[in-house]
Design a protein. Structure first.
Length: 227
């Protein structure tokens, strides 16, 4: 179910959306991001649940210029104000990370805002109305990062894609997350995802660049990101 050349351009880039592991070693993280970008990663989310605010901010300040250099869209998990402070492209908000409509009103239209929908299409509709640039569903497979996460069947991705189809251009993207690996990425793309968010399957791979290439391969170049 990949987008055809005539499909509306996306507000968020199609393909591989890397999500950082809980690494304190910033040098290691920057090198891994370079490898992933070389393999075709189009977006990166800094996700540091266990870091101190100072650690998180320091890594955000290191990643923001690197992602600009690499042409990778850079988002920060939970903290949209930090995203503005460091010059990131956007933020990802979960259920407990504040109101997306309020974040949109305060941050303005320029900040990319994505949000977790878990397995809830009603929540997705509300987030689209609030101005989400992408809606994320998962876990689509069992996740080592969140073993207790609710499961979102692959069929839900096609239904979510239908929700975004009438939103005009650029179209909000559908992101899938949870247990995605190079081996099952084609299955997720075929089900309707515009983008796949990957943590372990990318950054813990023996060859990060090769894993990125395999994850990015199912997504066509005909789906264009429009900031």
């Amino acid at each position: 179910m990949n987008a055809s050349p005539s499909a509306a351009p996306l507000r968020f880039p199609a393909g591989l959306y890397g999500v950082t592991p809980e690494w304190d070693d910033t040098g290691r993280l920057l090198d891994a991001v370079r490898q992933a970008a070389a393999g075709g990663m189009t977006a990166l989310q800094l996700r540091r649940k266990n870091a101190s605010p100072a650690q998180r901010a320091a890594q955000a300040r290191a990643l923001a210029p690197l992602c600009r250099e690499l042409g990778v869209v850079f988002l920060i998990n939970d903290h949209w104000q930090l995203a503005l402070d460091v010059g990131a492209d956007g933020a990802h908000l979960g259920r407990d990370d504040g109101d997306l409509a309020q974040a949109r009103a305060q941050a303005g239209p320029g900040l990319i805002l994505g949000a977790s929908c878990y397995n809830d299409l009603t929540r997705a509709r509300g987030l689209l109305e609030a101005g989400a640039d992408y809606i994320a569903f998962g876990a689509v497979f069992p996740s080592s990062t969140k073993p207790q996460a609710v499961r979102a069947p692959l069929a839900l991705l096609g239904q979510a894609r239908a929700l975004t189809a009438d939103r005009g251009a650029p179209r909000p993207a559908v992101v899938a997350i949870g247990g995605i690996t190079p081996a099952n990425a084609p299955q997720v793309a075929q089900a309707g995802a515009d983008s796949i968010a990957v943590i372990t399957g990318l950054f813990e791979a023996p060859d990060i660049r090769q894993a990125a290439q395999a994850c990015a391969a199912p997504f066509t170049a005909s789906t264009h990101f429009q900031p």
